[in-house]
Structures are given as C-alpha cells and as structure tokens.
Design a protein around this ligand. Structure first.
Ligand SMILES: *Cc1c(COP(=O)(O)O)cnc(C)c1O
Length: 409
C-alpha cells in the first residue's frame, strides 16, 4: 500500500508509528472538486474549517488553492495567518470567544465574526468601538432543523448551544445592527457535520433566505451569507453522501436571487479522505470469541470511534490475501479504546502494518496525551517525496512542562 508514490512501510520505518499520513494531491483534488461544485455561485469565499485538520502544511496546501479559513479559536486564527491566509479571508465562529480572543482577532483584521449570541455581539461591539474599529459581522442563526447526524456533531437544533433562535433573529439583529463598533452585514448557519442528506441543509438555507428577505424589509443591508460546512464523506463501502456537485447545484438553486457573497466552511469533505492513520500491530491476543488485534494507535490518537462510535476502514498495508474476524483495539487502559468489534479484516500478526482510513479530518486534531502516550506525528506526501509536517511529541517533552512545587518536594 502506498500514499501517492511512497510505500507506507518506508514512512513507518523512518518516522515510526502511529503516524498520520496525508496526501497533497488528494487535498488539492478535493479542494478543486468542492470549488468546481460551486461554479454556479458567482460571488463566494471558501473558508476551510481549520478544526478538522489544523496542520500548518495542510493549511498551506489549501491556501494555495485559494481557500480562506473558518476558525473557532485564536490558536486556529494564528495557524491560518501563519499558513499565509489573508486576514480578510478568515471567519471566526464559536460560542465562547473570550474578550482576549475577540481583541486579538480585531487586531488581526479578520474578515468576519460570526456572532453566536446577543451577549457576544454587545461585547464585540464594545471592544471594537473601544479600539476605534468596526468589526464585520454576521449573526449565526439556529434554524432548528435536525441534521440527521450523530447527536454530538449536530449543531442546528433549537436546544443546541449554537447561534440565536431563528424566532428571535430579527429582533437581535436589529439591536446589534444599531451598535457602534459592528457592521452587521449578514447571517450564518452551520447545522452539523457528516451530513448524508441534502434535505436538512436545504431546509436550513430556505429558512435563512426567508430571514434575509425579512431583514432587508426591515431596512438592513445584507451582503454576506455564510452557509457553514457539514457535507459528509463515505467512511464505509456503500455509503454514498451527496457529492460537492449535488450540493453546489442545490445551493445555486436555493440562493440564486439572494444577491450576496456566499461563504462556505467545508472541513471533513476536504480533509477526511486525504489521510490515513498508519499503525503497527503490537500483538494478537486470543479472545473468548474473536482475537484482539492490539495496535500501537489508540483512542488518544484517533478519538472518533471512542467519542462517536465512528467507523474507520481498517486494512493491512501488506495483505497476504487471507482474512480474519477480529476486535481492533489500542493499548489504552479503557474499554472505550476499541476501534472495532467483530470486524472482518485482512489477516494480521504482530509487527504487521495497517491503516485506519478516512482519518484526515478530526483525527490528529483531536489527539490527546491520555495514558502519557505523547502526541502522534504527521506526514505529508507529495508524489514520491514526503516530509514530517508535525513532530511526534513524546511523553517526556510533555512531562518537561510540569513542575513539582518546592513546598511539595
Ligand atoms: C466544524 C465546523 C465546520 C466544518 O464542518 P465539516 O462537517 O467538517 O464540514 C464549519 N463551520 C463551523 C462553524 C463548524 O463549527
């Protein structure tokens, strides 16, 4: 098995395992296909959702594709800037922007704040006015649609923490638009992630279109609408989420009379299938029923299965053609550290290499150092060359940041 033209065993040999491996060509292809899907949208900004894969080199690839960034913290903003993304192409979302973060983003001159509450809007207005600035803003709307995705990544139902209720949007918009320090010029939605169906997105966009008409009727100039991200990717064979072309056609149809700049915030659909997590089998342990294939990657490196019960394809790097049924687990002392139970997979033995597929989004970015395992390394492949684009941070380096106070010594 190769990543582009690089044999995965070469990477395992030189960098060690576990390691995330990303393909530059795949990232570029996904960025192009998503953009081309939106060819019928005349005025747009595509802002990559940095939280899905914040690696600097990944951001650099997307910057070179003309992408901006959707960020949810100042840490992510700094990454986008470091990757060369223009401040005007950065959108700042998130329910818990602190005063320090808002100030830093104002200083950087980012393109748009997506305000998630009246309280946040008033604070932003006060801070911006105090700096003699006018912040470009959109109000994030909670459209109360069920995205039909996993509860933990659904964001557009009335009881989710995101945005302002659509029923109060007109009134809150009016109040915030009158504040010095903000130029409230649009609205935003993002209803959830890993959406396998366009219907909830379309329902949200239709509601947003009605709101735009209403706000214009109330005398507000609406020039920007942010449609968020959320398009799903296939994790298993047979899964068939809507393509960027189908998504783009729906968007073009619903928004054709809006006369605004549209902002898109794709994450998973760009990065998900552009990466794998390469791991080595530590040993195979007999089980009551199926054997346990214990790999050196764990839930701290790839959290999605433990967090959401998510499925990742799992294949041998050098399959011998035979199959086994196995429980795929990591070494962490928690039963949640299980990637799959009773999985039909390539036969594996101690020392063999394997990959978890579709790990380019919400993979390394969610890593922790649980069980003092350190942070996993990341590699970017380009044709026949590759580079370590994030060093492995070993447990010792993390321990170096800790101190025992004198009064305890
Ligand atoms: C997470 C997130 C995204 C990206 O979602 P994907 O499903 O990865 O496309 C976009 N916008 C906001 C506000 C988000 O929180």
């Amino acid at each position: 098995m190769h990543a582009e033209d690089v044999p995965l065993p070469t990477i395992a040999e030189e960098v060690g395992t576990p390691v995330y491996v990303y393909s530059r060509a795949t990232l570029e292809r996904h960025a192009r296909v998503f953009r081309e899907g939106l060819d019928a949208v005349p005025d747009k900004l595509i802002a990559f959702a940095v939280k899905s894969n914040p690696n600097l080199s990944v951001l650099k690839v997307l910057q070179q594709q003309g992408y901006g960034a959707d960020v949810v913290s100042v840490g992510e903003m700094r990454r986008a800037l470091a990757a060369g993304m223009a401040p005007e192409m950065i959108v700042f979302s998130g329910v818990g922007k602190t005063r320090a973060e808002i100030t830093a983003a104002l200083e950087a001159g980012i393109g748009q704040f997506n305000i998630e509450s009246e309280e946040e809007g008033l604070e932003l207005a006060e801070l911006a006015a105090g700096m003699g600035l006018e912040a470009r803003c959109a109000l994030r709307i909670n459209p109360d649609v069920d995205a039909g995705t996993h509860d933990k990544i659904s964001t557009g139902k009335a009881d989710n923490k995101f945005g302002v209720p659509i029923s109060e949007a007109g009134q809150i918009f009016g109040k915030l638009a009158g504040q010095p320090g903000v130029r409230l010029r649009g609205v935003a939605v993002h209803i959830g992630s890993q959406l396998g169906d366009l219907a909830p997105l379309e329902a949200a966009f239709v509601k947003l279109g009605e709101l735009v008409t209403f706000l214009r009727g109330a005398g507000h100039a609406i020039t920007h609408v942010d449609l968020g991200g959320g398009l799903g990717v296939p994790y298993r064979k047979g899964e068939n989420p809507p393509s960027p072309a189908e998504y783009g056609a729906m968007v073009a149809r619903v928004t054709k009379d809006w006369d605004v700049r549209l902002i898109f915030e794709p994450g998973r659909v760009i990065a998900g299938n552009a990466g794998v997590l390469l791991t080595r089998v530590v040993r195979v342990k007999r089980g009551i029923k199926d054997p346990f294939v214990i790999v050196d990657a764990a839930m701290n490196d790839l959290a999605r299965p433990a967090l959401y019960g998510a499925y990742h394809g799992f294949d041998a790097v050098e399959p011998d053609g035979s199959q086994m049924t196995a429980n795929i687990v990591g070494p962490i002392c928690e039963t949640g550290d299980t990637f799959a139970m009773g999985r039909e997979c390539d036969a594996l033995k101690a020392g063999d290499l394997a990959v978890f597929r579709t790990a380019g989004a919400y993979g390394a970015t969610m890593a922790s150092s649980y069980n003092s395992r350190g942070f996993v390394a990341e590699v970017l492949v380009d044709g026949d060359k590759f580079a370590v684009v994030a060093d492995r941070i070993d447990a010792g380096a993390i321990m170096d940041a800790e101190r025992v106070p004198e009064w305890l010594a």
